[in-house]
Write a protein that binds this ligand. Structure first.
Ligand code: ANZ
Ligand code: ZN
Length: 865
């Protein structure tokens, strides 16, 4: 054993050993309880960043813990390897997207191995490989059979200059991200998956995961699905056979309607259009153009509109209402038409005020008048036969009247839209469809899968799908009639790939099915899923949807794929902005003075002493505040990096990167190493058992050891993964303070030291596995923790028990005696001890008393009379 701690030497050794022995390889074992620990799979950009390191360190720590607890732990990894950056690299650097992607994967796999994350590499999957995306296509065809995949004309963002479609992100603010040109909406046929068919289940099944998912994620999903209970009501159009159906959540306000407002693309507008004046038509065009611009989520637009001059009849009151076109009514929601009730809806109110439309209140608070708009429930007034009813009752009665009279019905609407999966991209899974002149759109037969991507395509970044320029790809024959036909040239949204990758880990080589039903029945659902909050809706909603489809196909029997979700906080770095230079500078260029807490008190430019503004921001190149995991591992070792990352903050919180923190982690590991080095021989030779007479020192150390085991086990079970590191440091301090030298130690002291070392190493293994393995092998003479099948240490409650504490006993507020009891002794026992005390007896004998106990602190006896 080296006297000094050489992180790199140990780490290389154990990484190699784990690799050779397949230490993290697992298979289904029905007799063993499983634990599925999953981290969101990375996009192979080529370089690991600190966010990844954090994500995988958390997952690995929990995997180690569960493994030592005796679970059959599956901990796999793969690559979300389809998507834009590969295609951009092809355009910019002229490389083949496949080569670029594979090189990046090799690079990042090496980095993950250098971190020593315990993955079962035999289960690695990558979305861009045909053996994987074959089953993206398989699922698509299943959904086609089930009527869950369909094609319809739909709007896309289109840059007329680049002649290409853009994602919403690429069209943010209405400008093309490449050229800044104004983005238009254009219509093209696209494939959709009917996630809306599962809207209701996606909501109600949340009951099953409520315990294990963060509240904010559930709320975001609920809002995204956006269930709205209301009614549909048909208004007849004056002087015509047509009618307009509105969706409203407040049918009880219908007597207050002052207008019907429709979306500019509502069919009725096209019906009216010929008869409208040029002015009105121009205004409608303007609103259409405005709505065609991509909007940034959450930005309020000023309400505007135009009166068409046509009217509709309120079926309840018989009143004639003007029909307006409004910019705030969307064709994509409800029915694309609203009844405008300005007294009770703020949007309608703003609209009515702007155009001087009448505002009539029809709902009032119980005994009160209200400021308008009043959007709460109340009591109906001026509402014909319904006046005097409470809103809630009125809603029910009015909806059933509408239904019985045939002009409406209760109705539920969802905000959730079907999922458009067509992308005009090369680097994605081809949609397995063939278009035939005679037979129409035909799914590729299952036995012909995968529809493979060609080697390459002309990448220009402009125009339609790159695959539409590869005749060898799109020229084919109709699977039904055999005539010449054309393949679909769009590829799938990469969110399809990430919907089911963690099922594929369970059976990655299966050529006939996405995975085996038996494997999934054993391993699923995922016990813990760790990733960023940025996936709260899209990915996590899509994958829940996919699971329900898989259930309906018969692949799985459960409804929800993930029992517990952990959203990790961001890794942020300190950045320094020099005011005189007007740019960010690196930490090396700054003179920093820190408070003991690590907080920066003052920062100045080293060269000039000029002022430097300090900020804590997301790590990034432009801020010069990023750190490269490889550099950190090379400098400090992966165990120190991982230990620091886990220690620095609770996993849900932001983590502020401070290199000084890593230095602390290294010092801790060195200290542990020195202690083990010092005691190794003495401890290894000793076969003492605990039954021998104990010294005070060994009793104290054993108590600390068992308390630490108790505390860390509790923390793990409660989902606190940073506090155990502090407990480890405390235990290590207690070991150093032991005060006995190996040469003079008694058997019981050797036993206590050996127990503390072995416990510390097992408790530390989830955080610093290499060092723990190495030292364990040294102390026990085995091939390490994993190889020897060691289990997580158990604590003995007797030994862990705290010493007794002193509790003052007062009589009428005056100190009269003291009793001794273990901390946490319950109130009735403390009361019994106090009353049994001789001195106290003198005051209480024969008296009427009342006892007040403050646990662990005080017993006060009130003596009456
Ligand atoms: C009349 C009314 C009176 C409404 C009132 C609200 C309050 P949520 O809850 O978000 O589903 N609405 C319906 N379709 C619309 C569309 N295509 N574009 C814009 N607004 C639309 O909202 C439902 C309410 O949003 C509906 O109820 C309708 O306004 C409006 F005191 O009808 B309400
Ligand atoms: Zn055909």
């Amino acid at each position: 054993m080296d006297e000094k701690y050489f992180a790199q030497k140990i780490e290389r050794k154990w990484q190699q050993r784990w690799n050779e022995t397949g230490a993290f390889k697992v298979s289904k074992e029905d007799s063993k309880q499983k634990f599925y620990c999953l981290e969101m799979l990375p996009y192979p950009s080529g370089r690991l960043h600190m966010g990844h390191v954090r994500n995988y360190s958390i997952g690995d720590a929990i995997s180690w813990y569960k493994r030592l607890k005796g679970f059959n732990v599956i901990h796999p990894i793969g690559w979300d390897s389809f998507g834009q950056p590969a295609e951009q690299a092809a355009i910019k650097q002229g490389v083949n997207p496949r080569d670029w992607t594979e090189d990046n994967i090799d690079q990042m796999r090496k980095q993950l191995q250098a971190l020593g994350i315990g993955y079962d590499w035999s289960r690695e999957v990558a979305a861009h490989r045909p053996d994987y995306y074959k089953f993206d296509q398989w699922f698509f065809l299943k959904m086609l059979e089930m009527g869950l995949a369909y094609r319809k004309d739909s709007e896309v963002n289109w840059c007329p200059k680049c002649e290409t479609t853009l994602s919403n992100e690429q069209a943010s603010g209405g400008a093309c991200w490449r050229c800044g040109f104004q983005v238009e909406k254009s219509t093209r046929p696209q494939w959709f998956l009917k996630i809306t068919e599962y809207a209701e289940q996606l909501l109600s099944d949340m009951d099953e995961i409520e315990e294990g998912w963060p509240e904010n994620v559930l709320t975001m999903q609920r809002n995204w699905i956006g269930r709205s209970d209301g009614a549909r009501v048909r208004f007849a159009v004056g002087g015509s056979d047509s009618s307009i159906e509105v969706f409203t959540t407040r049918i009880d306000t219908i007597y207050g309607a002052n207008a019907i407002v429709v979306a500019p693309n509502h069919p009725i507008v096209f019906e009216f259009e010929d008869g409208l004046s040029e002015d009105i038509k121009a205004k409608i065009e303007e609103i259409r153009a405005e709505q065609a611009l991509p909007v940034d989520y959450g930005v309020e637009v000023e309400k505007s509109g135009v009166d068409t001059g046509k009217t509709a009849i309120n079926p309840f009151s018989g009143e004639e209402l003007p029909i307006w076109v409004g910019n705030y009514v969307l064709m994509s929601y409800g029915t694309g038409a609203v009844m405008s009730v300005p007294a009770h809806d703020s949007r309608d109110h703003e609209f009515a005020v702007r155009y001087g439309l009448p505002i009539k209140a029809v709902v009032k608070p119980e005994n009160d008048d209200a400021e308008l708009p009043f959007s709460e429930y109340g009591v109906l007034v001026d509402s014909g036969d319904f006046s005097g009813l409470a809103s809630k009752d009125a809603k029910e009665r009015m909806a059933s009247l509408a239904e019985s009279e045939g002009f409406g019905a209760a109705s539920t609407t969802f905000r959730l839209r079907d999922w458009g999966i067509s992308r005009q991209r090369f680097w994605g899974a081809p949609i397995p469809i063939v278009y035939c002149q005679t037979c129409g759109e035909i799914g590729v037969p299952f036995e012909d899968l995968p529809v493979e991507l060609p080697e390459s395509a002309p990448f220009t970044g402009v125009g339609e799908s790159p695959l539409a320029k590869v005749p060898e790809f799109y020229e084919t024959n109709c699977p039904r009639c055999g005539e010449a036909a054309r393949r679909e040239t769009d590829t799938m949204d990469t969110f399809v790939d990430s919907c089911w990758y963690y099922f594929r880990y369970l059976d990655p080589k299966n050529e006939n099915a996405p995975f085996s039903v038996d494997e999934a029945a054993y391993w699923m659902p995922v016990d813990l899923y760790i990733g960023g909050i940025d996936h709260a809706v899209m990915h996590l909603l899509y994958t829940r949807f996919w699971t329900k489809v898989m259930r309906d196909i018969g692949l799985v029997e459960f409804h929800e794929p993930v029992t517990r979700l952990l959203t990790q906080g961001m890794v942020v770095g300190e950045s320094f902005y020099s005011k005189e230079r007007e740019c960010y500078v690196t930490a090396d260029e700054v003179e920093i003075s820190r408070a003991a807490s690590g907080k920066i008190e003052k920062a100045t430019l080293r060269e000039t002493g000029g002022p430097v503004r300090l900020a804590v921001e997301k790590m990034g190149k432009s801020k010069l505040n990023g750190v490269d995991p490889d550099d950190m591992i090379a400098k400090y070792g992966s165990d120190a990096v991982r230990l620091f990352v886990m220690f620095a903050a609770p996993v849900e919180n932001e983590l502020v990167w401070q290199e000084s923190g890593i230095e602390g982690a290294v010092r801790f590991l060195q200290r542990v190493w020195r202690f083990v080095f010092k005691w190794r021989d003495a401890v290894a030779d000793s076969s003492a058992d605990s039954s021998v007479e104990e010294s005070a020192a060994s009793r104290k150390l054993r108590q600390k050891t068992h308390q630490t085991i108790r505390k860390i086990s509790e923390s793990f079970e409660n989902g606190q993964f940073n506090t155990p590191v502090a407990s480890l440091m405390e235990l290590s301090n207690a070991m150093h303070d032991f005060g006995v030298e190996p040469e003079s130690a008694t058997d019981s002291e050797l036993f206590a030291v050996k127990e503390s070392i072995k416990s510390l190493l097992l408790l530390m293994a989830p955080y610093a596995p290499h060092t723990s393995e190495e030292l364990w092998a040294e102390v026990t003479g085995t091939d390490g923790i994993l190889a020897s099948g060691a289990r997580y240490p158990e604590f003995d409650p007797e030994i862990a028990k705290d010493d007794e504490i002193e509790i003052p006993v007062q009589v009428n507020g005056k100190l009269r005696s003291r009793i001794y009891a273990a901390p946490g002794t319950d109130n009735s026992e403390l009361e019994r001890l106090a009353l049994a005390d001789e001195k106290i007896g003198e005051y209480t004998e024969g008296k009427e008393i009342r006892v007040i106990v403050v646990p662990n602190r005080l017993v006060n006896i009130v003596v009456k009379g």
